[in-house]
Write a protein that binds this ligand. Sequence first.
Ligand code: FAD
Length: 439
Amino acid sequence: MILIAGAGPTGLTLAIDLARRGVAVRVVDKAERHFVGSRGKGLQPRTLEVLADLGVLDAVRAAGSPYPLLRMHGPDGHTDRSMFEPGGAEPWMLGQGELEAILRTALAEHGVQVELAAELTGFTQDDDGVTAVVNGTEIRADHLIGADGGHSFVRKHLGLAFVGHPVDELKMVIADITSRGLERDRWHLWPQALPTMIGMCPLPGGVDRFQLTMGITDEPDEITEDYLRAALHERTGRTDVTVSDPTWTSTYRSNARMVDRYRVGRVLLAGDAAHVHPPTGGQGLNTGVQDAYNLGWKLAAVLNGASEALLDTYEEERLPIAAGVLGLSTDLLGKSIRKEEAGFKRGKETQQLHLSYRGSSLARGERGGDHVPGVFGPDFTLLTPEQCEPYSCTFVLVRPDGYIAISTDDLDDVRDYLRHLRLPLRPLATARGEASLGG
Ligand SMILES: Cc1cc2nc3c(=O)[nH]c(=O)nc-3n(C[C@H](O)[C@H](O)[C@H](O)COP(=O)(O)OP(=O)(O)OC[C@H]3O[C@@H](n4cnc5c(N)ncnc54)[C@H](O)[C@@H]3O)c2cc1C
């Protein structure tokens, strides 16, 4: 059994990926109630592929919306612009709380319910498993996954450093509110507002719901409706815009921090527990989802007899990605604070489609590690000869998470690859492969 601490997007993604493979899983979360806020609301194109594979994309599309144009308000009026390059893949907007609800529904269809008010307070590990303490009761598991967010208990208990620094002196307030008076087909930004910028982003799913974000110089004792209204009116001059019903509020300071290890024996970290960074570029939730998607098939394979070395490749592949995301989001934050045009533009680098695992010990052949659009789990896939054409070779084996395991002209290389990792040969030939791999 795999024990997952934390039922945020990372823990839920991993739980579904394991449960659909028939792996026993428990998900415990210390929260009394499910999270309801908008928080990480931008689902990047690569994450949409993952959600398609997990069978929830239709629900995500139905509940969310495309990104609106940006409306930049200034002293001389406003201008409208798209954040995205024309013709490129765009993210999809859906509040984090709603995404989590969709993921929980999918998980329940696999027979797994999130256990609320269930706090992990300790664990030890030995050669055979992990003994975790949840609400004072011991739970025995094969592996423990710390998907328990930026303040991760699991990370601290492992004694892992969270290396990095704050990246913005300014604190931010974020609030989901009801508001009337602003066009709902625009994401309104007042970059020049004093004392600091303020933004109002229309949220999908509610007629008048907006996510308000603003920098603050003095932290209030409490974020009330009156406080938010006064700030909006003062900074925008738009006293006609109403503010009511704040259903979720939060204060945060952007940090860029990450661990230097994702795995200590049978305990692994994923998502914010392993890396935090500024929300600029909408990368945090997405990176956590992809941590989980990288880990899910490997954990399931190891439980079914594959080489333990697979679990080491999780850190090998995901740690450099997190380091890149820290740099990207910090860079975008700096540019937006300096009000540079590039700070409000999003392109290939934020879509996460170009990320690859080239150079990984799991990548073989010239195209090993590259992402193959539209080909994914739950099993390995051997591409058809026609599908192989863009890769200039005869055989391309794609991992369950959609990256090329091996590109080669020799089918024996494919067999050797799978045998080396003690992965089964048979499902390939019967499920989707075009060539028999034999026993
Ligand atoms: C204000 C704000 C705005 C953001 N905006 C964006 C954005 O626009 N785009 C984006 O991609 N990302 C954004 N993010 C980041 C995004 O919200 C996170 O990256 C994402 O929530 C990480 O998911 P997670 O599952 O790893 O962790 P979390 O969502 O933090 O979930 C961790 C879970 O673990 C539980 N937990 C903690 N300790 C324990 C314990 N001891 N035992 C059991 N359970 C425990 C918690 O209750 C929680 O439910 C934002 C974050 C913040 C704070």
